[in-house]
Design a protein around this ligand. Structure first.
Ligand SMILES: [Zn+2]
Length: 57
């Protein structure tokens, strides 16, 4: 049985039959999503722009 650690709280959860994977529960999934939107969106946007530049050359 494959197990993963919840990125939000570190709790081990089963990968199979887990609707919130890789998180342990809906609460952790939403917490990580809001964190990503608030803190890391700008970083992701930079990476996307770099990839577009490579494909154009
Ligand atoms: Zn969790």
């Amino acid at each position: 049985m494959k197990k993963v650690k919840c990125p939000n709280c570190g709790k081990e959860v089963e990968w199979e039959n887990n609707p919130f994977r890789p998180f342990c529960c809906e609460q952790c999934k939403l917490a990580d999503l809001s964190k990503w939107l608030n803190e890391e969106y700008a970083v992701v946007e930079e990476i996307v722009l770099e990839e577009e530049g490579d494909s154009g050359s």
